[in-house]
Design a protein around this ligand. Structure first.
Ligand code: MSP
Length: 571
């Protein structure tokens, strides 16, 4: 199709561009009139979180599971705060890597992607990701968004064509400069090959004409953006590394490949001899599902843009924290607010990866340990700054201590204790004791929600979860010290109820705060306590804010009454 300026104008984004301001102003004014009085114009921008989109050249592994769970926990946390929240995940289906994988499998590439994207969708379902969009970059709406983005970028004079020579890694889908590659040796075969020093992946020499993005012109604006947004990249160490890299100088970026080499991708508008670089195509996925090109003036943010948080692994930081903001700056589009970059899961001290073959099948892990156990474990032990080693024995130990012995034991003791009545204790609902043991415990409970919220705000779900777990452990210690089972006599009833009330409040508050991490299990736990559905939001996680619970929603007996049963002996 030949792209005309009329098509571009009819769907252009609403940010300044050279050359067509008047035409666009007219058009904007017309749409503004159409939407005047539309109630959606006034609604609040939703919280918008994204996961990376996954390459479909191989099956998913536990590393992918981790990044998905992190994104989902952030979404659910904001929903708990009462915000409309949107999560986008999906699959990255274009590029040389996928084209070659399909060739190797002797498949037609579209059929290959249709099949290979399925396990990623199933995985998101299996781990209970509450996604709003599952994008496939081969979807027509995405193709439209990418080509539109390209045309606007071109219109702004930010694209030019020139001969490009350099080292390309198909595995990383990246060009590397000469000083970033060197000889490497395959120990299995003794073969010598050129590889990226950063990733160890093989590179090949290419010399071709392609389009370039004038990224070098954006160095100052990017640095200014980092200065104005010092927590754009989390954690801080990676923010510093990015600033240093940009300060060292930015080169223009090659953003297309000859279509005789790369057939599987989105053609450059008006030049089908070139295919758009897979990373430009992939990054725009975040905009596609935020309804780019934006149509409603004044409500460009209605579907979530700018993203509040991109969750990504540390291996793709450069693309998200340099190339992506540079492209958006060039387009005068708003930049994402934060990028949470996490470390990797390792197996046998090496990064878990499809190319090394060192992977853990996430479906088997979910089957063995359960959905919520895996969600909880990955967040608790997964690394943000540093890599974390994956081992079944670590999951078993943590499960026994934290879930079975911690939360499970506590809910069972409080709801099933013979010597007291939970409903009565909640009705009495007060603490008259001035003893240090009680007061200290109460003050832990009072402080917990704000401290968890601070950690979540700082994109540190692991520490937030650890804080909640510490209160669970403290509650078991408190219970052991306060010994309510010794106080079942009538005269001691007030004191007994006080202790049970404090413990019930602890479980209630922790249960509410744990919902984003373990949605299913916490639903059961809150039912076991008899907490009403409408009393499960963050605002309810305040000490003493609910006097209405204590009668279980249903009676849980036998195996069903055990929140975290023992793991089977095959482990
Ligand atoms: N398709 C690109 C992302 C494009 S986003 C616009 C890609 N895909 S990937 O399938 O290779 O990786 C997807 C995500 O999984 C990345 O964030 C990557 O860091 C993460 N992980 C891959 N292996 C991992 C571990 N071993 N541990 C944790 N996360 C890992 O990159």
């Amino acid at each position: 199709m030949r792209w005309s300026s009329a098509l571009l104008a009819a769907s252009s984004p609403l940010y300044p561009s050279r050359g067509s301001i008047c035409r666009r102003c007219c058009w904007q004014a017309q749409i503004r009139r159409q939407h005047a009085g539309n109630p959606t114009l006034k609604s609040e921008k939703p919280y918008y979180v994204t996961s990376p989109i996954f390459y479909v050249n191989a099956a998913p592994h536990v590393g992918h599971l981790y990044t998905l769970v992190l994104a989902d926990v952030l979404k659910r946390w904001h929903a708990l705060l009462g915000k409309k929240s949107i999560l986008c995940t999906g699959t990255d289906e274009h590029g040389m890597k996928i084209q070659q994988a399909a060739e190797k499998a002797q498949r037609d590439v579209r059929g290959f992607c249709d099949e290979m994207h399925q396990p990623f969708k199933e995985l998101a379902r299996a781990i209970n990701v509450d996604w709003d969009h599952f994008i496939r970059t081969s979807d027509p709406d995405h193709r439209f968004a990418v080509q539109h983005f390209w045309l606007v970028l071109e219109e702004k004079g930010m694209i030019y064509s020139k001969k490009h020579e350099g080292w390309y890694s198909v595995s990383d889908e990246t060009f590397y400069p000469a000083n970033a590659v060197g000889w490497a040796l395959d120990p299995a075969t003794g073969r010598k090959f050129m590889a990226s020093k950063e990733t160890g992946k093989e590179v090949e020499w290419t010399s071709e004409k392609n389009y370039h993005f004038r990224m070098s012109e954006l160095q100052d604006r990017l640095l200014q953006f980092y200065e104005d947004n010092p927590t754009f990249v989390v954690p801080e160490t990676r923010m510093k590394a990015i600033v240093q890299e940009v300060k060292a100088g930015l080169k223009d970026l090659s953003i297309s490949r000859p279509s005789e080499r790369l057939k599987w991708g989105i053609p450059v508008p008006n030049d089908d001899t070139q295919t758009i670089y897979v990373w430009v195509d992939a990054l725009i996925n975040y905009l596609t599902k935020a309804n780019y090109p934006f149509q409603i003036p004044g409500r460009e943010d209605a579907a979530g843009w700018p993203a509040d948080c991109h969750v990504i692994g540390k291996d793709i930081v450069r693309f998200h924290c340099i190339y992506w903001p540079a492209l958006l700056l060039a387009m005068y589009l708003p930049l994402p607010k934060k990028v949470l970059t996490h470390a990797h899961w390792t197996l046998g001290k090496r990064k878990m990866s499809k190319s090394s073959g060192m992977v853990v099948n996430p479906f088997m892990a979910i089957d063995r340990f359960g959905v919520d156990c895996m969600r909880w474990y990955l967040i608790l032990d997964g690394g943000i700054k540093d890599d974390a080693a994956y081992d079944n024995s670590f999951i078993i130990d943590k499960y026994k201590k934290g879930l079975q012995g911690g939360i499970g034991n506590l809910i069972s003791r409080i709801t099933k204790g013979k010597g007291w009545n939970l409903r009565k204790a909640v009705q009495q609902g007060q603490l008259t004791s001035t003893e240090e043991l009680d007061q200290q415990f109460k003050s832990c409970l009072v402080q917990l929600p704000a401290s968890v919220a601070r950690n979540m705000e700082n994109l540190n779900p692991g520490d937030a979860l650890a804080k909640i777990m510490n209160v669970i452990y403290d509650t078991n210690v408190y219970l052991a010290q306060a010994k309510p089972w010794d106080l079942s006599d009538k005269p001691e009833e007030n004191r007994l109820n006080e202790i049970i009330y404090l413990c019930a409040e602890s479980i209630r508050i922790c249960g509410i705060l744990l919902q984003p991490f373990m949605p299913e299990k916490m639903n059961t736990l809150l039912n076991m306590l008899g907490i009403h559905e409408e009393a499960r939001n963050f605002t309810n996680a305040q000490f003493g804010s609910d006097k209405d619970y204590g009668t279980p929603k249903y009676l849980l007996r036998g195996a069903d009454g055990i929140l975290f049963p023992g793991l089977s002996s095959d482990f």
